[in-house]
Write a protein that binds this ligand. Structure first.
Ligand SMILES: Cc1cc2nc3c(=O)[nH]c(=O)nc-3n(C[C@H](O)[C@H](O)[C@H](O)COP(=O)(O)OP(=O)(O)OC[C@H]3O[C@@H](n4cnc5c(N)ncnc54)[C@H](O)[C@@H]3O)c2cc1C
Length: 355
Protein backbone atom coordinates (compact mmCIF):
# COMPACT_ATOMS: atom_id res chain seq x y z
CA UNK A 1 0.00 0.00 0.00
CA UNK A 2 1.27 3.50 -0.88
CA UNK A 3 -0.07 6.66 0.77
CA UNK A 4 -0.45 9.97 -1.06
CA UNK A 5 -1.45 12.79 1.30
CA UNK A 6 -2.54 16.22 0.08
CA UNK A 7 -2.61 19.00 2.67
CA UNK A 8 -5.11 21.66 1.62
CA UNK A 9 -8.15 21.42 -0.65
CA UNK A 10 -7.82 24.86 -2.23
CA UNK A 11 -7.23 25.57 -5.90
CA UNK A 12 -3.87 23.77 -6.13
CA UNK A 13 -4.70 20.77 -3.95
CA UNK A 14 -8.05 20.14 -5.58
CA UNK A 15 -6.65 20.27 -9.10
CA UNK A 16 -4.06 17.64 -8.15
CA UNK A 17 -6.73 15.37 -6.65
CA UNK A 18 -8.91 15.65 -9.74
CA UNK A 19 -6.02 14.70 -12.02
CA UNK A 20 -4.56 11.96 -9.82
CA UNK A 21 -7.90 10.16 -9.38
CA UNK A 22 -7.86 8.99 -12.98
CA UNK A 23 -8.81 5.46 -14.13
CA UNK A 24 -5.13 4.49 -14.41
CA UNK A 25 -4.37 5.14 -10.70
CA UNK A 26 -2.98 1.81 -9.35
CA UNK A 27 -5.26 0.05 -6.83
CA UNK A 28 -2.62 0.04 -4.10
CA UNK A 29 -2.49 3.85 -3.84
CA UNK A 30 -4.56 5.49 -1.09
CA UNK A 31 -5.21 9.19 -1.48
CA UNK A 32 -6.03 11.37 1.55
CA UNK A 33 -7.10 15.00 1.38
CA UNK A 34 -6.63 17.02 4.57
CA UNK A 35 -8.34 20.34 5.24
CA UNK A 36 -9.66 22.31 8.19
CA UNK A 37 -12.85 22.98 6.23
CA UNK A 38 -15.45 20.44 5.10
CA UNK A 39 -15.64 22.03 1.62
CA UNK A 40 -13.52 23.81 -0.99
CA UNK A 41 -13.57 27.54 -0.27
CA UNK A 42 -13.69 29.84 -3.31
CA UNK A 43 -11.11 32.22 -1.94
CA UNK A 44 -11.16 34.45 -5.01
CA UNK A 45 -14.74 35.39 -4.00
CA UNK A 46 -14.19 36.01 -0.28
CA UNK A 47 -14.43 39.77 -0.86
CA UNK A 48 -18.13 39.32 -1.74
CA UNK A 49 -18.75 37.31 1.43
CA UNK A 50 -17.09 40.04 3.50
CA UNK A 51 -19.10 42.77 1.77
CA UNK A 52 -22.38 40.90 2.26
CA UNK A 53 -23.26 40.61 -1.43
CA UNK A 54 -22.94 36.81 -1.58
CA UNK A 55 -24.06 34.21 0.97
CA UNK A 56 -21.52 31.74 2.26
CA UNK A 57 -23.07 28.91 0.24
CA UNK A 58 -22.12 30.75 -2.96
CA UNK A 59 -18.42 30.67 -2.10
CA UNK A 60 -18.00 27.01 -1.31
CA UNK A 61 -18.10 23.79 -3.31
CA UNK A 62 -18.26 20.20 -1.99
CA UNK A 63 -15.05 18.18 -2.06
CA UNK A 64 -15.02 15.38 -4.65
CA UNK A 65 -16.52 12.08 -3.67
CA UNK A 66 -14.55 9.05 -4.84
CA UNK A 67 -14.14 5.62 -3.23
CA UNK A 68 -10.34 5.97 -3.63
CA UNK A 69 -10.30 9.27 -1.71
CA UNK A 70 -10.36 9.66 2.09
CA UNK A 71 -11.02 13.10 3.51
CA UNK A 72 -9.57 13.96 6.90
CA UNK A 73 -10.70 17.16 8.56
CA UNK A 74 -8.33 18.85 10.98
CA UNK A 75 -5.89 21.64 11.66
CA UNK A 76 -2.40 20.73 10.45
CA UNK A 77 0.27 21.93 12.89
CA UNK A 78 3.44 20.55 11.34
CA UNK A 79 5.23 18.23 8.96
CA UNK A 80 8.19 16.05 9.92
CA UNK A 81 9.76 15.27 6.56
CA UNK A 82 12.44 12.96 8.00
CA UNK A 83 9.82 10.74 9.64
CA UNK A 84 7.25 11.37 6.86
CA UNK A 85 4.54 12.35 9.31
CA UNK A 86 1.94 15.15 9.45
CA UNK A 87 0.83 16.36 12.89
CA UNK A 88 -2.54 17.83 13.88
CA UNK A 89 -3.79 20.21 16.55
CA UNK A 90 -5.78 17.41 18.24
CA UNK A 91 -2.67 15.21 18.56
CA UNK A 92 -3.41 12.98 15.56
CA UNK A 93 -0.65 12.03 13.16
CA UNK A 94 -0.79 10.89 9.54
CA UNK A 95 1.98 9.03 7.74
CA UNK A 96 2.67 9.42 4.02
CA UNK A 97 4.83 8.14 1.22
CA UNK A 98 4.23 11.19 -0.99
CA UNK A 99 3.08 14.53 0.35
CA UNK A 100 1.67 17.60 -1.38
CA UNK A 101 1.65 20.80 0.67
CA UNK A 102 -1.12 23.04 -0.67
CA UNK A 103 -1.88 25.14 2.42
CA UNK A 104 -2.04 28.57 0.77
CA UNK A 105 -0.99 31.83 2.39
CA UNK A 106 -1.64 34.18 5.31
CA UNK A 107 -1.62 37.94 5.72
CA UNK A 108 1.78 39.58 6.00
CA UNK A 109 1.88 42.55 8.37
CA UNK A 110 5.39 43.87 7.70
CA UNK A 111 6.01 44.15 11.49
CA UNK A 112 3.62 47.13 11.73
CA UNK A 113 2.58 47.42 15.40
CA UNK A 114 -1.10 46.60 15.94
CA UNK A 115 -1.72 45.53 12.34
CA UNK A 116 -2.35 41.89 13.16
CA UNK A 117 -4.35 42.58 16.35
CA UNK A 118 -6.58 45.41 15.15
CA UNK A 119 -7.33 44.70 11.50
CA UNK A 120 -9.70 42.22 9.89
CA UNK A 121 -8.73 39.72 7.21
CA UNK A 122 -10.19 38.05 4.14
CA UNK A 123 -7.55 35.32 3.84
CA UNK A 124 -9.56 32.45 5.36
CA UNK A 125 -13.25 31.63 5.35
CA UNK A 126 -13.44 32.01 9.13
CA UNK A 127 -11.63 35.38 9.12
CA UNK A 128 -13.91 36.54 6.30
CA UNK A 129 -17.02 35.63 8.33
CA UNK A 130 -15.69 37.80 11.16
CA UNK A 131 -14.95 40.62 8.74
CA UNK A 132 -18.48 40.36 7.34
CA UNK A 133 -19.92 40.60 10.84
CA UNK A 134 -17.75 43.59 11.82
CA UNK A 135 -18.53 45.54 8.65
CA UNK A 136 -22.21 44.75 8.50
CA UNK A 137 -22.78 45.53 12.18
CA UNK A 138 -21.61 49.09 11.55
CA UNK A 139 -24.24 51.73 12.05
CA UNK A 140 -25.11 54.27 9.35
CA UNK A 141 -22.15 56.28 8.02
CA UNK A 142 -19.55 54.15 9.77
CA UNK A 143 -16.04 54.17 8.28
CA UNK A 144 -14.24 51.20 6.75
CA UNK A 145 -10.53 51.53 5.96
CA UNK A 146 -9.04 48.98 3.58
CA UNK A 147 -5.27 48.87 3.77
CA UNK A 148 -3.85 47.70 0.44
CA UNK A 149 -5.12 48.69 -3.02
CA UNK A 150 -4.27 45.47 -4.84
CA UNK A 151 -6.81 43.17 -6.47
CA UNK A 152 -8.47 41.92 -3.28
CA UNK A 153 -8.64 45.39 -1.65
CA UNK A 154 -10.16 46.92 -4.78
CA UNK A 155 -12.70 44.11 -5.17
CA UNK A 156 -13.71 44.38 -1.52
CA UNK A 157 -14.06 48.18 -1.60
CA UNK A 158 -16.21 48.22 -4.75
CA UNK A 159 -18.44 45.36 -3.64
CA UNK A 160 -18.87 47.00 -0.25
CA UNK A 161 -19.83 50.29 -1.86
CA UNK A 162 -22.68 48.51 -3.66
CA UNK A 163 -23.65 46.61 -0.52
CA UNK A 164 -23.60 49.58 1.85
CA UNK A 165 -24.04 52.95 0.10
CA UNK A 166 -24.15 54.70 3.49
CA UNK A 167 -20.65 53.73 4.64
CA UNK A 168 -17.56 55.87 4.35
CA UNK A 169 -14.99 53.72 2.57
CA UNK A 170 -11.33 54.47 1.98
CA UNK A 171 -8.51 52.51 0.37
CA UNK A 172 -5.05 53.27 1.72
CA UNK A 173 -2.14 52.27 -0.53
CA UNK A 174 1.57 52.89 -0.37
CA UNK A 175 1.94 53.39 -4.17
CA UNK A 176 0.97 56.33 -6.36
CA UNK A 177 -2.16 54.44 -7.50
CA UNK A 178 -4.32 51.46 -6.67
CA UNK A 179 -3.64 48.27 -8.70
CA UNK A 180 -0.03 49.41 -9.16
CA UNK A 181 1.29 46.13 -10.71
CA UNK A 182 -1.38 46.34 -13.44
CA UNK A 183 -1.45 48.39 -16.69
CA UNK A 184 -2.05 52.16 -16.37
CA UNK A 185 -5.36 51.91 -18.23
CA UNK A 186 -6.74 49.63 -15.51
CA UNK A 187 -5.40 51.79 -12.70
CA UNK A 188 -7.08 54.86 -14.18
CA UNK A 189 -10.36 53.09 -14.87
CA UNK A 190 -10.61 51.67 -11.36
CA UNK A 191 -9.56 54.99 -9.76
CA UNK A 192 -12.24 56.82 -11.74
CA UNK A 193 -14.83 54.24 -10.65
CA UNK A 194 -13.97 54.88 -7.02
CA UNK A 195 -14.08 58.67 -7.43
CA UNK A 196 -17.53 58.39 -9.04
CA UNK A 197 -18.69 56.05 -6.28
CA UNK A 198 -17.44 58.23 -3.46
CA UNK A 199 -14.66 55.96 -2.18
CA UNK A 200 -11.67 57.84 -0.83
CA UNK A 201 -8.29 56.84 -2.28
CA UNK A 202 -5.26 57.58 -0.11
CA UNK A 203 -2.02 57.07 -2.07
CA UNK A 204 1.68 57.22 -1.10
CA UNK A 205 0.64 56.12 2.37
CA UNK A 206 2.86 54.58 4.99
CA UNK A 207 0.86 52.84 7.70
CA UNK A 208 3.07 53.04 10.76
CA UNK A 209 0.75 51.76 13.47
CA UNK A 210 -2.80 50.47 13.99
CA UNK A 211 -4.82 50.87 17.18
CA UNK A 212 -8.49 50.17 17.92
CA UNK A 213 -10.35 52.82 15.89
CA UNK A 214 -7.19 54.48 14.55
CA UNK A 215 -4.83 53.91 11.63
CA UNK A 216 -1.63 55.96 11.64
CA UNK A 217 -0.54 57.13 8.18
CA UNK A 218 2.99 58.61 8.29
CA UNK A 219 2.39 58.68 12.08
CA UNK A 220 -0.72 60.88 11.65
CA UNK A 221 -3.86 59.37 13.26
CA UNK A 222 -6.84 58.67 10.98
CA UNK A 223 -10.10 57.55 12.58
CA UNK A 224 -11.78 54.35 11.40
CA UNK A 225 -14.45 51.96 12.64
CA UNK A 226 -13.36 48.78 10.88
CA UNK A 227 -9.98 48.23 9.23
CA UNK A 228 -9.40 45.42 6.75
CA UNK A 229 -5.89 44.27 5.87
CA UNK A 230 -5.21 43.37 2.22
CA UNK A 231 -1.62 44.62 2.07
CA UNK A 232 0.53 41.57 1.57
CA UNK A 233 0.79 37.83 1.94
CA UNK A 234 3.25 35.24 3.16
CA UNK A 235 3.32 31.46 2.97
CA UNK A 236 1.33 29.30 5.39
CA UNK A 237 3.03 29.06 8.79
CA UNK A 238 3.45 25.31 8.25
CA UNK A 239 5.75 25.97 5.28
CA UNK A 240 7.49 28.89 7.02
CA UNK A 241 8.43 26.48 9.83
CA UNK A 242 9.97 23.83 7.54
CA UNK A 243 13.77 23.48 7.78
CA UNK A 244 14.28 24.19 4.06
CA UNK A 245 15.28 27.06 1.77
CA UNK A 246 12.56 29.70 1.47
CA UNK A 247 12.08 33.05 -0.28
CA UNK A 248 11.51 36.41 1.43
CA UNK A 249 7.82 35.66 2.09
CA UNK A 250 8.46 32.18 3.46
CA UNK A 251 7.50 30.20 0.36
CA UNK A 252 9.32 26.93 -0.32
CA UNK A 253 12.04 27.00 -2.93
CA UNK A 254 11.58 24.00 -5.19
CA UNK A 255 13.42 22.05 -7.86
CA UNK A 256 12.21 22.01 -11.46
CA UNK A 257 9.70 19.22 -10.63
CA UNK A 258 8.05 21.27 -7.81
CA UNK A 259 9.64 19.08 -5.14
CA UNK A 260 11.55 20.15 -2.04
CA UNK A 261 15.08 19.38 -3.26
CA UNK A 262 16.19 17.46 -0.13
CA UNK A 263 12.83 15.65 0.09
CA UNK A 264 11.74 14.76 -3.46
CA UNK A 265 8.68 12.88 -2.13
CA UNK A 266 7.31 16.27 -0.94
CA UNK A 267 5.71 18.63 -3.48
CA UNK A 268 4.56 22.20 -2.72
CA UNK A 269 1.87 23.95 -4.76
CA UNK A 270 0.17 27.34 -4.99
CA UNK A 271 0.61 30.31 -2.66
CA UNK A 272 3.16 28.51 -0.46
CA UNK A 273 5.45 27.62 -3.39
CA UNK A 274 8.08 30.08 -4.62
CA UNK A 275 7.16 30.47 -8.30
CA UNK A 276 8.45 32.98 -10.86
CA UNK A 277 4.89 34.21 -11.54
CA UNK A 278 2.49 36.07 -9.22
CA UNK A 279 0.54 33.86 -6.79
CA UNK A 280 -2.99 33.25 -8.01
CA UNK A 281 -5.66 30.57 -8.21
CA UNK A 282 -4.76 30.13 -11.83
CA UNK A 283 -1.05 29.55 -11.21
CA UNK A 284 -1.90 27.11 -8.37
CA UNK A 285 -4.04 25.10 -10.80
CA UNK A 286 -1.48 25.15 -13.61
CA UNK A 287 1.27 24.09 -11.22
CA UNK A 288 -1.11 21.46 -9.82
CA UNK A 289 -1.49 19.94 -13.30
CA UNK A 290 2.27 19.47 -13.53
CA UNK A 291 2.51 18.05 -10.01
CA UNK A 292 -0.25 15.53 -10.74
CA UNK A 293 1.69 14.42 -13.82
CA UNK A 294 4.88 14.03 -11.76
CA UNK A 295 3.06 12.14 -8.99
CA UNK A 296 1.73 9.63 -11.50
CA UNK A 297 5.27 9.08 -12.72
CA UNK A 298 6.43 8.57 -9.12
CA UNK A 299 3.59 6.16 -8.43
CA UNK A 300 4.24 4.09 -11.56
CA UNK A 301 8.04 4.30 -11.26
CA UNK A 302 8.31 6.01 -14.65
CA UNK A 303 11.14 8.22 -15.81
CA UNK A 304 10.84 11.98 -15.28
CA UNK A 305 10.75 14.29 -18.31
CA UNK A 306 13.97 16.24 -18.90
CA UNK A 307 12.12 19.43 -17.97
CA UNK A 308 8.62 20.83 -17.44
CA UNK A 309 7.17 23.70 -19.49
CA UNK A 310 7.11 27.19 -17.93
CA UNK A 311 3.87 28.07 -16.14
CA UNK A 312 2.30 31.08 -17.84
CA UNK A 313 -0.75 33.09 -16.81
CA UNK A 314 -3.46 33.26 -19.45
CA UNK A 315 -4.65 36.60 -18.05
CA UNK A 316 -6.66 37.79 -15.10
CA UNK A 317 -10.04 39.35 -14.37
CA UNK A 318 -11.13 41.61 -11.52
CA UNK A 319 -14.45 43.12 -10.48
CA UNK A 320 -15.68 46.59 -9.61
CA UNK A 321 -18.97 45.65 -8.01
CA UNK A 322 -21.43 43.43 -9.85
CA UNK A 323 -21.57 45.31 -13.15
CA UNK A 324 -18.09 46.50 -14.05
CA UNK A 325 -14.65 45.02 -14.06
CA UNK A 326 -11.20 44.97 -15.56
CA UNK A 327 -8.73 42.44 -16.83
CA UNK A 328 -5.80 41.58 -19.02
CA UNK A 329 -5.91 38.92 -21.75
CA UNK A 330 -2.52 38.48 -23.36
CA UNK A 331 -1.40 42.04 -24.01
CA UNK A 332 -4.92 43.48 -24.16
CA UNK A 333 -6.33 45.46 -21.22
CA UNK A 334 -10.09 45.18 -20.77
CA UNK A 335 -12.37 47.48 -18.79
CA UNK A 336 -16.13 47.85 -18.36
CA UNK A 337 -18.96 45.33 -18.45
CA UNK A 338 -17.29 42.73 -20.66
CA UNK A 339 -14.53 41.65 -18.23
CA UNK A 340 -17.14 41.54 -15.42
CA UNK A 341 -19.35 39.21 -17.44
CA UNK A 342 -16.29 37.12 -18.29
CA UNK A 343 -15.33 36.89 -14.60
CA UNK A 344 -18.83 35.71 -13.67
CA UNK A 345 -18.70 33.19 -16.53
CA UNK A 346 -15.34 31.79 -15.40
CA UNK A 347 -16.68 31.38 -11.86
CA UNK A 348 -19.87 29.73 -13.11
CA UNK A 349 -17.88 27.24 -15.19
CA UNK A 350 -15.51 26.49 -12.31
CA UNK A 351 -18.40 25.76 -9.94
CA UNK A 352 -20.23 23.69 -12.54
CA UNK A 353 -17.08 21.69 -13.28
CA UNK A 354 -16.58 20.90 -9.58
CA UNK A 355 -20.28 20.08 -9.18
C1 LIG B 1 -10.18 38.41 -1.92
C2 LIG B 1 -9.27 37.66 -2.84
C3 LIG B 1 -9.49 37.72 -4.22
C4 LIG B 1 -8.66 37.00 -5.09
N1 LIG B 1 -8.93 37.06 -6.43
C5 LIG B 1 -8.22 36.29 -7.28
C6 LIG B 1 -8.54 36.26 -8.66
O1 LIG B 1 -9.45 36.95 -9.13
N2 LIG B 1 -7.82 35.44 -9.48
C7 LIG B 1 -6.82 34.63 -9.00
O2 LIG B 1 -6.22 33.86 -9.77
N3 LIG B 1 -6.46 34.65 -7.68
C8 LIG B 1 -7.13 35.46 -6.81
N4 LIG B 1 -6.82 35.47 -5.48
C9 LIG B 1 -5.69 34.66 -5.01
C10 LIG B 1 -6.11 33.19 -4.88
O3 LIG B 1 -7.26 33.08 -4.06
C11 LIG B 1 -4.97 32.37 -4.30
O4 LIG B 1 -3.80 32.61 -5.06
C12 LIG B 1 -5.35 30.88 -4.33
O5 LIG B 1 -6.41 30.62 -3.44
C13 LIG B 1 -4.14 29.99 -4.00
O6 LIG B 1 -4.54 28.65 -4.02
P1 LIG B 1 -3.86 27.59 -3.03
O7 LIG B 1 -4.34 26.25 -3.46
O8 LIG B 1 -2.40 27.83 -2.95
O9 LIG B 1 -4.42 27.97 -1.60
P2 LIG B 1 -5.91 28.10 -1.05
O10 LIG B 1 -6.89 28.17 -2.15
O11 LIG B 1 -5.87 29.22 -0.07
O12 LIG B 1 -6.14 26.71 -0.28
C14 LIG B 1 -5.49 26.40 0.93
C15 LIG B 1 -6.31 25.34 1.63
O13 LIG B 1 -5.58 24.88 2.76
C16 LIG B 1 -6.42 24.84 3.90
N5 LIG B 1 -5.56 25.06 5.08
C17 LIG B 1 -4.70 26.09 5.26
N6 LIG B 1 -4.02 25.94 6.40
C18 LIG B 1 -4.47 24.79 6.97
C19 LIG B 1 -4.10 24.08 8.15
N7 LIG B 1 -3.17 24.51 8.99
N8 LIG B 1 -4.77 22.92 8.42
C20 LIG B 1 -5.71 22.44 7.57
N9 LIG B 1 -6.07 23.07 6.43
C21 LIG B 1 -5.45 24.22 6.13
C22 LIG B 1 -7.45 25.93 3.68
O14 LIG B 1 -8.65 25.66 4.40
C23 LIG B 1 -7.65 25.86 2.17
O15 LIG B 1 -8.68 24.97 1.81
C24 LIG B 1 -7.60 36.21 -4.58
C25 LIG B 1 -7.37 36.16 -3.20
C26 LIG B 1 -8.19 36.88 -2.33
C27 LIG B 1 -7.94 36.80 -0.84
Amino acid sequence: MKRLVILGGGYGGLRIIERVLSPDLPDNVFVTLVDRMPFHGLKTEYYALAAGTEPEKAVRVPFPSDPRLTIKFGEVTGVNMDERIVTFANGDTLAYDWLVIALGCEDRYHDIPGAEQYTHSIQTMNATRNTYTAINNLGPYGTVTIIGGGLSGVELASELRESRPDLNIRIVDRGPSILSPFPKKLQQYASQWFIEHDVQLVSMASVTRVEPGVVYNHNEPVETDVTVWTAGIQASRIVRALPIEKDNIGRAKLNQYHQIPEYPNVYVVGDCASLPIAPSAQSAELQGEQIAMMLKKDIKGEEYPASLPDIKHKGFLGSLGKKEGFGVMGKVSLVGQMPRVMKSGVLWMYKKHLG
